[in-house]
Design a protein around this ligand. Structure first.
Ligand code: AMP
Ligand code: MG
Length: 323
């Protein structure tokens, strides 16, 4: 079965084509900005501008015609309404024009699904560390559950803010990673904010602001922020593994591209005797292939939706998704 998956929850418009679990193409166009955050109207403008080329390029790279596609899947939740609406609109249009069934899926579950498919492990714990989202997710009792999450901002947005305070520009996460590697001194004293199973970054942000005002060495800040914040994420992930008794941790989200986070997760998993899996970077960031992979499964389990019901839900919580 050939599935065309459309991702448009935030800054990225992407179309991936998957044939029986094999990814044939995964084309992405991402809106980048040098200042400020994501302005909803700019996102829809960007996605409107690029969607046609992205669909065509993805079909071309996959070597398939639209008429070969058996299912259209799109991210219906959660995300920014302005951008979600473009993906849903493209999905509905393709479905109507070519008479192809359509399903809408939850973006967070798609990050979990891509790890599940590629790791070959059926039941995994996902550390989903992206710009706006930070959650520890797993399937339990017929539903997806959030075992821990951020109480304030997403870890990626937090790292981007720290990078901005250090004058590094956006996106800051990769720049902080490089800067952190240049430091070999002692760890700076930062708050360690794990509250139950949840994490919080705002106190650390305040401490970093004070340090930058005091002229502390930027590489020391970058290193210490990574060590402390990743340790918090690893701690909560480990407790989710212990509680659920699952034997595989999967990483997802843009921050999961960070080699130090990967290393710390691997060390914890080795020590616990469970496996650890990180998909390739192109499947860690927002992408259409993961939407197609999950779409195939949702379709097999529950069938398609009527085009008139192919809606969006910007605020859907993953707990409300059945599995
Ligand atoms: P996403 O929201 O999943 O598209 O991921 C975007 C976020 O991932 C941004 O906040 C980036 O700064 C962050 N990011 C990307 N690469 C890295 C990296 N190597 N280390 C840390 N953060 C990263
Ligand atoms: Mg994402």
């Amino acid at each position: 079965m050939i599935v065309l998956g459309i991702e448009s929850t935030a800054h990225t418009f992407s179309v991936g084509i998957v044939h029986d679990g094999q990814v044939l193409s995964n084309v992405r166009k991402t809106l980048t900005t040098t200042t400020g955050g994501l302005i909803p109207a700019k996102l829809s403008e960007h996605h409107m501008k690029v969607f046609f080329d992205v669909v065509l390029e993805s079909l071309f790279q996959a070597g398939v015609a639209v008429s070969d596609v058996s299912l259209i899947a799109y991210s219906r939740a959660p995300g920014i309404g302005h951008s979600l609406r473009i993906g849903a609109g493209v999905a509905r249009s393709l479905s109507l024009r070519y008479d192809i069934p359509v399903v809408g899926v939850n973006h967070c579950v798609a990050h979990l699904e891509v790890g599940r498919v590629f790791s070959g492990k059926d039941d995994v714990v996902l550390l989903y560390a992206s710009g706006a989202n930070t959650q520890i997710l797993a399937r339990e009792g017929g539903a997806y559950r959030v075992f821990g999450e951020t109480l304030d901002l997403g870890v990626g947005n937090f790292l981007d803010t720290v990078a901005r305070l250090l004058g590094l520009g956006f996106p800051g996460g990769p720049k902080l990673e490089v800067l952190a590697q240049q430091y070999s001194g002692p760890l700076l004293d930062l708050p360690y904010a794990v509250k139950g199973m949840d994490v919080s970054f705002s106190g650390i942000q305040t401490a970093v602001r004070r340090m930058t005002d005091d002229g502390v060495e930027p590489s020391a800040i970058a290193y210490s922020v990574q060590e402390v914040v990743f340790a918090m994420l690893v701690e909560v992930s480990e407790r989710a593994l212990a509680h659920t008794e699952k034997d595989c941790l999967v990483l997802g989200g843009g921050v999961a591209c960070n080699k130090r986070l990967q290393e710390m997760c691997r060390m914890m998993c080795d020590a616990r005797g469970v496996s650890f899996f990180t998909p390739e970077n192109e499947f860690l960031v927002d992408n259409g292939a993961m939407i197609a992979l999950l779409g195939a499964r949702v379709f097999a389990e529950s069938g398609a939706v009527a085009v008139s019901d192919a809606d969006i839900d910007p605020y859907e919580r993953v707990e409300s998704v059945r599995c």
